[in-house]
Design a protein around this ligand. Structure first.
Ligand code: PLP
Length: 472
């Protein structure tokens, strides 16, 4: 086919039918678990298996078939590793249209559907948080970018000098309080902002890996004694490693008392607001100055869809301040609210609001609430199963759908090495995809239950697979 060929629309139709058939057959096989979860190859072999010159034309469908079979299969019931959703198939269809439309979204004129749909999703998210009509926010590409955006706004609001204009060294060195369980993007954000290693003052956690409010005053004072100006506190809801929820009410009170910006990293857990059974884990979130909420975790949306939500609308304009006459109208940014690029790191942005809007509108919120409840209940049952095994140990009883545990058979001296070896063997075998994390007590195996097709029997089989891998 040549560039600009007018038969391209018909070609798209026939190819499209073939690709959807391929994807639907793939999905059925993934749901049934008849594929290896991850068709393991060593990274150098995998890289060598792909061509690096593209002079010949190859048919599309076999190329896409290859992509499907050689990927990790997030819809496989035994895919229980990182916090990656088993994506709603309908949402993938929306993404297909998004890719075709390519309505960039930096300014309203580039996204006459995607901008209003994003505004609707953001308003809905703010109302779930308990924020009033004076709140606002934007969608961005991922929780890491979300944390960066929120903390840039915190910096501008609380630094006591104009950091955007004068730079990181225009005043005293700045610091945020965060627990030792905060996602690495928090420290990365701080170091991007030029605050150095001491830019995070680490607050200890309790035995369930939640930030300990009793340790806040000492941590704050120690940072001040080291000459730092503390501007914000970052709470995890829930944390990446163990899914623990920091106690938001006392943390919010502490922030109010000390004039700190209160940021809640709800990348994983903000979706719990949809569940009437579990939303009490987020009590106090309505007091946050900013919240990050990933739709591509517990809401089953394709990567990436992240809300960065501000209790006060005007704060959403503080992260960035830029003149760009070829895009923006150059008026007061609040008057230009519909040109979303003034408030996001991205200029061209994927139509993520469309994906979120269509999923919410076509399924209804109760669907997502039921998913959260089901995943939490499955995690609790899995944790009880593990508790009942004399040769397994939980890191902590899970507060959400992340379960951390380790295998501790008698007579093994190096338990860390055992977890690492067994995990690698199981992943390579293609039987399960699970991950690991290092906690204070050592290396633990980590599972995130995000797939409605995972059953209790799959998790019982995981326990047996771990035991069997040790014997073999
Ligand atoms: C608590 C938390 N914050 C932030 C992130 C980063 O999100 P993303 O992968 O969307 O950048 C994660 C990812 O796992 C997370 O668990």
């Amino acid at each position: 086919m040549t560039v600009g060929d007018t038969s391209e629309a018909e070609h798209f139709r026939t190819q499209g039918h073939a690709v959807i058939d391929l994807a639907a057959d793939y999905l059925a096989a993934a749901f049934q678990g008849t594929l290896p979860v991850l068709p393991w190859r060593e990274p150098d072999q995998a890289v060598d298996a792909y061509a690096t010159s593209f002079s010949d034309e190859q048919p599309l469908v076999p190329l896409l078939h290859r992509v499907l079979t050689e990927s990790v299969h997030v819809h496989h019931p035994r895919c229980v590793g990182h916090q990656v959703a088993a994506v709603l198939p309908d949402a993938a269809l929306t993404e297909l249209l998004n890719a075709l439309l390519a309505n960039g979204m930096a300014v309203y004129e580039m996204g006459p559907t995607s901008v209003p749909m994003e505004r609707a999703v953001v308003r809905w998210m703010c109302s779930q948080l308990g924020f009033d009509a004076n709140s606002d926010g934007i969608l961005t590409g991922g929780g890491s970018t979300g944390n960066l955006t929120a903390l840039l706004a915190a910096r501008q609001d609380r630094a006591g000098f104009d950091v955007w204009k004068d730079g990181a060294h225009g005043g005293p060195p700045l610091t945020v309080l965060a627990s030792d369980q905060a996602h690495y993007s928090v420290r990365r954000t701080v170091q991007i902002m030029g605050w150095g290693h001491l830019g995070v003052a680490t607050v200890p956690t309790d035995s369930a890996y939640r930030m300990d409010p009793a340790a806040l005053a000492t941590t704050l004072q120690a940072a001040k004694n080291a000459g730092r100006r503390v501007v914000a506190l970052v709470a995890s809801a829930g944390s990446t490693a163990t899914g623990s929820f920091d106690p938001l009410e006392p943390l919010g009170s502490f922030c109010k008392e000390h004039g700190l910006w209160f940021h809640v990293d709800g990348a994983h857990g903000a979706s719990v607001l949809l569940s009437s059974k579990h939303r009490s884990l987020l009590k106090g979130i309505e007091r946050a100055d900013s919240v990050v909420w990933d739709g591509h975790k517990l809401m089953m949306l394709p990567s990436l869809v992240t809300g960065v939500l501000f209790r006060e609308k005007r704060r959403s304009y503080e992260a960035f301040s830029q003149q760009a006459s070829y895009l923006y109208e150059g008026m007061d940014p609040e008057a230009e609210w519909y040109n979303l690029g003034t408030r996001t790191l991205e200029c061209t942005k994927r139509m993520m609001g469309v994906t979120a809007y269509v999923a919410l509108a076509s399924r209804g919120t109760q669907f997502f609430a039921a998913h959260v409840d089901a995943m939490f209940e499955r995690a609790a049952r899995f944790a009880k199963l593990l508790e009942a095994q004399p040769d397994f140990e939980l890191a902590t009883f899970p507060q959400c759908n992340i379960v951390c545990f380790r295998y501790c058979p008698q007579g093994v001296e190096d338990l860390d090495d055992l977890q690492v070896r067994l995990r690698k063997a199981i992943v390579k075998s293609g039987e399960f995809y699970l991950v690991q994390t290092r906690l204070q007590q050592g290396v633990f195996l980590r599972t995130t239950l995000l797939n409605p097709h995972t059953t209790d029997q799959d998790l019982e089989a995981l326990v047996e697979t771990i035991r069997r891998s040790k014997r073999s």
